[in-house]
Structures are given as C-alpha cells and as structure tokens.
Design a protein. Structure first.
Length: 511
C-alpha cells in the first residue's frame, strides 16, 4: 500500500530545522557508503540487462538465424520497453515510493530475463527482452532519486556522479562474464531445448538484480519522500538512524527535533479508478512544462536523446565491429573499410557458432570498462570544481574530435581508443541526470527523471536501429553527422539549468 495519511505533529514548543539543515547534520559516513553501493548495484543491473544483448549478438545471429532487421529489433527491444513504461514508473515512484518501485521492478525484470534465456526463436527473445526493459525502467531513474534524496546539497552532486561510476563497472562485468561463460561448449538439453552458453549468460546477469534486491531490503523510503507525504515523525526517525550509523552516536542525540514540512507530494488515497490515476499522472507531468521549466525540460530531454542515441546506438554494434577489427588486424584498414566489408546478415542455414567470438574481444572490452571507471572517478572529484556544465562541454568536445579523426586512423589500438572515447559520450548522461535531480522539485523529481530517461532511452531505440542501418552502408557520412550533432549539443549545454530545487518548489507553491 502506498503512503496515504498525513501525520499531525505539534511543533509549537520545539524549534524547527529546515530539512536541508537536518540532512546536513546527519553527516556523511557508513550509511551513505552502503547506500552508494546498493544504488550502484541496481544501476549495474539496469545496464547489464539493457546492454548485455550486444555481448551475445554474434552467437544469437547464428544460433537463432536472426536477420539484420531482427538483430536491430533485438538490440533495441529492452530500450523500447523502457520507453513504454518510464512514465508510469515515474508516477509509481512519486506516489508509492522509490524503494517499493525499485523492488517490484527488479523482481519482474529478473523473471523476464529467466524466461528469455529459454527462448525458442528470435521473436520470443525479442518479446521477453522488451518485457525486461519494460520492468527494469522503474529502476533506472528511481535509483538516482533514491541516492540524491539521502544527500544534502553539499554532497549530492558528488555522490550521484560517483554512483554513475557503476556504469563502467557494468561494462567490465559483462565482458568478464562473457569471457568466463560464452566460450564454454554446453551440450545439454533442458525442456527439449539445446542450452547454449549465451542462454547461461542471460541467467548470470540476474545476479546483479538479486544483489540489488538484497540491498534494498535494508533501506526505507527517503526522509524527504516521507516528509513531503506528511510522514514527519517517520522522516525524523530515518534521519536519526542515518545519524547514528554515520557517527556511532546514539540516535536520541540527533540534535534535530522537528523539521519544517515541505509541500506534499501525490498519493493514492483518493484513487478509485483509472480516471483518478490518470489525473494524478497528469498533475505530476504538467509541472515539467511550466513556463519556467519547459525550455530546460526540452533541452534536457533532447540532450539525453542524442547522447544515448549515439553512445548506445554505437555500443549495440561495437562487439560485432570489434570482433571483425580483431580478425582483420594488420591489414591497415580504416574503421569504415572494415565495417563496409562485414557480413551482418544471415540465413537459416547459417547457424554455426563455433567461431562466432574471439575471446580477445572481451579482454579489450574489460580494458574499455576500466578506462570508463577512471573517467567517472575524474568526473566525480572534479565536477564540483569545474562545474557540471563545463565538464559536460569538455567531454562533448572530446567526442567531436574523436568523430572527426576516426576517418583517418588505421592502427588497431588507435581505432579502439578513439571509438572508446566516442562511446564515452554516454558518460555525459550521468552529468545531465545530476543537473535534472537538482532542477526538479521532490514531488515531481522521479517523474521528471523518468520522463527525461524515457526520452533518452527512446534515443537508444532510434540509435540502435538508425546507426545500425547507416553504419554498415554509409559509415563515413554517419561519423560526420555524429560530429555535427555533438556540436549542437555543446551549444545547448551552455544553457542547461543549474538551478536549486528550492526555487522550483517556491514556484509550484505559488501556482
């Protein structure tokens, strides 16, 4: 049951603290370190579920006789599921709670993954990868709100950015599992189905979701979420526990006895049908487009659409391209020359996967994940010094340079480095997510994040199909278009909002 009631609290005899002051007094310590780990594992689960398909695409292509069109659908199915459910997941997160939504999201996504591992044909696999994305979308945006709302303004930006470092951890986890599992020659039969190693790979991916569920079992709803839903005493109890965990002091010694209540969020106490639910969804969505927010909302959404479209669109095909680059290493071919000679189609008769993958590909991907980890560490410890927008513009500029020089290099190591830096434009999504968390007020924060992420994942769907189509037919033109597109993103980054949430809350109250 979602939070509904409004607690009464007599504060007439007690000096009140603002919520921000109360949260700051809890300090930063063991609780926040564990919180970062739990949120990070959940974020890793999202990345592993949505991106893992690219690790096994060459094997699925031959094992299930998937055509290029089917490969494109399969690569983007999970992202399309994210797009379809993000709005409702944002509604549930803002009404039923971040933690509760995360729990159900991970349970259902895990079930969809297990079933997809036993797919008998490409279309069944596409369907259940779609369902996996549909359910896992509740995790991807909630996890940022969950992490951000346990931190004060002083530490929020750093820790949300630090949590994003689990994206490259996922990029290392996937090839490590691929290196251990995919070369295995599995020849046993389950339920009349030959159990290939790529099916085992899907099952292993659920370890992250299960780990996230175990961590979430130790968390309550965020104190800010409880407070804006009228649960003053419950919010104060959570703050006391955080204080005790961080400092080792007794919870009763927490100096805050009363917190100033903020504007309330939506709840389901008066929802008696679909019509009422739709009204609440509408009431949480329309504030995203108030006149003081509409341009920033469009800017955030377009930037995420473009960033995820480019990075995820390229990454979906990166293992396949990398596999061919390894096979043709030493032939002094430029990257578009290698891609143009690739055969990404298949027929029903072409189902021999005996030489589908080279394990060196996974070693390269592990090194790429390690490089991304270093990049995120740099982000998290420089973002407060350099500034979110400045850091975003610097990294977008690096991507522009990479998209330009890719046309002229032919050395294998140089190609991998440049492609890796170009793929790392996706890291900028974490910076924009941090900007969004600070921009949208608490009562629409998860909805704002889910809406923005929905548009971002729509970019992933578009990128996976459009980039796949142009990459193998108009490779040179594609990279010039990507370069021009990122130039536009740099211009838009100059007007991204760096506003405090308090101003947005005040504007909502005036309405």
């Amino acid at each position: 049951m979602c939070i509904a009631g409004k607690e009464k609290h007599d504060k007439s005899q007690v000096a009140s603290h603002t919520f921000e002051d109360a949260l700051t007094l809890t300090g930063v310590g063991r609780f926040h370190y564990v919180l970062t780990l739990i949120c990070g594992i959940c974020f890793m689960a999202v990345m592993a579920e949505t991106m893992g398909i690219s690790m096994v695409m060459p094997m699925i292509k031959c094992d299930l006789a998937a055509t290029q069109a089917e490969q494109g659908l399969l690569a983007s199915a999970a992202y399309f599921g994210v797009v379809m459910s993000s709005h409702i997941m944002g509604f549930l997160a803002d009404t039923c709670g971040r933690v509760r939504t995360l729990r159900y999201s991970l349970v259902l996504a895990t079930a969809a993954t297990i079933i997809s591992a036993f797919s008998v044909n490409t279309w069944m696999l596409i369907a259940f990868r779609f369902l996996n994305g549909f359910f896992i979308s509740g995790c991807q945006a909630c996890v940022f709100s969950l992490c951000g709302e346990y931190h004060s303004n002083r530490t929020r930006v750093r820790y949300v950015t630090l949590m994003s470092m689990f994206l490259p951890f996922a990029l290392m986890f996937l090839p490590v599992m691929g290196l251990l599992i995919l070369p295995m020659k599995l020849d046993f039969v389950i339920l009349g189905l030959k159990f290939a190693s790529w099916r085992a790979f899907f099952l292993i991916n659920t370890v992250l979701s299960i780990g996230g569920l175990m961590g979430l079992a130790t968390l309550t709803e965020t104190p800010k979420y409880l407070l804006v839903h009228g649960q003053h005493d419950a919010s104060l109890d959570v703050l006391r526990r955080i204080y005790a965990t961080n400092t080792g002091d007794k919870a009763d010694n927490f100096p805050v006895k009363s917190i100033v209540l903020q504007t309330g969020g939506a709840d389901l106490s008066n929802v008696h049908g679909v019509k009422d639910a739709l009204k609440i969804i509408w009431s949480q969505t329309i504030p995203l487009f108030y006149k003081e927010r509409i341009l920033h909302t469009f800017n955030i959404c377009f930037s995420l659409f473009s960033i995820y479209g480019i990075s995820q669109g390229l990454f979906m095909w990166f293992p396949t391209v990398l596999n061919d680059l390894i096979a043709k290493n030493g032939q002094d071919l430029k990257v578009c020359g290698v891609i143009g000679s690739m055969d990404v189609t298949t027929t029903a008769a072409s189902n021999d996967c005996s030489n589908a993958l080279d394990t060196f590909m996974f070693e390269v991907l592990i090194m790429i994940g390690a490089a991304f980890t270093v990049i995120f560490l740099i982000f998290s410890y420089t973002i407060d010094i350099v500034g979110k927008v400045n850091l975003l513009m610097i990294w977008l500029t690096v991507s522009i340079v990479c998209a330009a020089v890719i046309h002229w290099i032919s050395d294998f190591a140089a190609i991998v480095i440049v492609l890796t830096l170009l793929l790392s434009v996706g890291n900028c999504g974490g910076i924009i997510a941090t900007i969004s968390i600070e921009f949208y007020p608490t009562q629409i924060n998860a909805m704002g994040m889910c809406f923005a992420m929905m548009i971002g994942r729509l970019g992933s769907v578009a990128g996976g199909n459009i980039i796949g189509m142009f990459l193998f037919n108009y490779c040179d033109i594609l990279f010039w278009v990507i370069m021009a597109h990122v130039v536009v993103l740099v211009a838009l980054a100059t007007v991204l909002p760096e506003l405090k949430r308090e101003r947005a809350v005040k504007n909502d109250l005036e309405k």
